[in-house]
Design a binder for this molecule. Structure first.
Ligand SMILES: NC(=O)c1ccc[n+]([C@@H]2O[C@H](COP(=O)([O-])OP(=O)(O)OC[C@H]3O[C@@H](n4cnc5c(N)ncnc54)[C@H](OP(=O)(O)O)[C@@H]3O)[C@@H](O)[C@H]2O)c1
Length: 253
């Protein structure tokens, strides 16, 4: 499927990767881009990029009413980009309570699932289209520094596979994007190396054009995903060295 002339919705559009998605969609001549953020005030700069093609939507992916109202307003979309996510950098045992683990699951798993459910019928009406789910390499292997975030992304990877199977009959391509560390606010406390957010957006959109289902942006993601096939226990033991509460920013993984 081409990006040119597509009608696209991007969640978390004001964020590091989200704003690069918008720029890449403009470059690729998407017809219309619905940019979503929890507060419309966070979208004014993005809209200035092209007010004729960019439309703001207030959306909290954890609020079912908000998701349903976005679906009511955006009946013409052909590509859904589920990019919104959060990481509270907590351990599974070290965290004081389950609050962070639940909050991450609400956004990264239930929020993404709600969006897929609300927009699947719309994509069907327009011939299938595509869903891009922004997941993480950390969904393939737990990073204990952000242990509950990793678990929420693992749940979202499994959900993506199930959604892909259920929507194959209607011709919807479901793309799983699993970057390593990306240079954004969310990963400011994580170790290097970091891939550029523009690279993540470019590779994800290219996957839609190529009909590719699984994408690992950045050298780190490609190397680790290969190691997970050849030596999975060694990768687990290496990751076990990054424990909750460590000072990791500025170091190398
Ligand atoms: N950075 C990395 O290293 C990395 C690696 C792999 C995958 N990812 C994934 O990439 C995606 C984008 O992250 P990023 O790195 O660009 O981080 P970011 O700059 O912090 O952006 C996260 C975006 O998600 C939005 N968001 C959070 N909770 C939301 C909710 N309940 N409803 C709607 N929007 C919500 C944020 O909006 P507010 O401004 O309102 O908070 C923000 O726009 C996430 O899914 C993340 O897990 C990131």
């Amino acid at each position: 499927m081409q990006i040119k002339d597509a009608v696209v919705l991007v969640t978390g559009a004001n964020g590091g990767i989200g704003s690069h998605f918008v720029q890449e969609l403009l470059n690729s001549q998407a017809a219309k881009i619905y940019v979503c953020a929890r507060s419309a005030a966070k979208l004014s700069k993005l809209i200035e990029l092209d007010p004729m093609r960019i439309f703001p939507i207030e959306l909290d992916v954890t609020d079912l009413q908000s998701v349903e109202s976005a679906a009511q307003r955006c009946q013409d979309i052909t590509i859904l980009i589920n990019n919104a996510g959060n990481s509270l950098n907590q351990g599974l045992i070290a965290a004081e309570s389950l609050e962070a683990a639940r909050a991450e699951m609400e956004v990264n798993y239930f929020g993404m699932l709600s969006m897929c459910r609300a927009f699947a019928p719309i994509l069907k009406q327009h011939g299938g289209g595509a869903i891009i789910n922004i997941l993480s390499l950390l969904g393939r292997i737990n990073f204990p520094f952000s242990g509950s975030y990793s678990a929420s992304k693992a749940a979202a990877i499994s959900m993506t596979q199930g959604v892909r199977a259920e929507l194959s009959g209607q011709g919807t391509l479901v793309v799983a994007v699993m970057p390593g560390t990306v240079d954004t606010e969310l990963a400011k406390d994580w170790p290097n190396p970091k891939v550029a957010p523009s690279e993540v957006a470019k590779m994800a959109l290219q996957a839609v054009i190529d009909g590719e289902e699984d994408v690992y942006p950045g050298e780190q993601a490609q190397q680790v995903s290969a190691q997970l096939l050849s030596a999975p226990k060694a990768v687990e033991k290496y990751m076990a060295g990054f424990l909750p509460g460590m000072i990791l920013a500025g170091t190398d993984a």
